[in-house]
Design a protein around this ligand. Structure first.
Ligand SMILES: [Zn+2]
Length: 183
């Protein structure tokens, strides 16, 4: 990646949001049958995206998610504190996309032109699509930068889920509301 692109990433990053780590391997424990409350616990050993330090679990937070059937589920996710830099992180399962109410599968369906198979109203689908289009150049730059820096091998065919995880775990996620006037 040419050097001149680096300041752009840094400029956008300055509008960064809460720190998250996204995990792909986790257990989901339902609180009670029929209660839509699920406890999420990663089975991966995540490291701090800022300093590479190990985490200590310090509590939990609730995240609501609308699943592919349009049902609201309540996910109890863990709050982690880095033992090295003391920063607090939220551990998200990869069925979530940071700051989005709909699940990752719904968002992937919209991005791949299958909005009709999702529970979203047309207006919501259009907003999600516009969000993806707006950020796709930024995502591409982050992946290229990670490929360059860590010799990772994200291809042009990376799925939205893989892209979201890579960007969030590199601590380069941006909350569009803080950059653009509408979300
Ligand atoms: Zn740290």
């Amino acid at each position: 990646m040419p050097d001149r692109e680096q300041p752009c990433i840094m400029a956008i990053k300055s509008a960064a949001c809460k720190i998250m780590v996204i995990t792909t391997k986790y257990t989901t424990k339902q609180k009670r049958k029929k209660a839509h409350i699920y406890f999420i616990k990663s089975e991966e050993i995540s490291v701090c995206p800022i300093c590479g330090g190990r985490f200590k679990v310090i509590g939990s937070r609730i995240r609501k998610m609308i699943d592919t059937d349009g049902e609201v589920k309540i996910l109890v996710i863990r709050r982690l504190r880095c033992r090295e830099c003391d920063k607090i992180h939220h551990e998200l399962p990869d069925i979530l996309v940071p700051y989005k109410r709909h699940c990752a599968e719904t968002i992937e369906n919209i991005i791949s032109g299958k909005a009709g198979e999702t529970p979203c109203e047309e207006r919501t689908s259009r907003k999600i699509m516009a969000w993806w289009i707006t950020l796709s150049l930024y995502f591409k730059m982050v992946l290229a930068s990670l490929n360059e820096k860590y010799k990772t091998t994200f291809s042009a065919q990376a799925t939205p889920k893989e892209i979201v995880r890579a960007v969030a775990n590199a601590n380069l996620w941006i909350h569009t509301r803080s950059v653009f006037s509408s979300d």
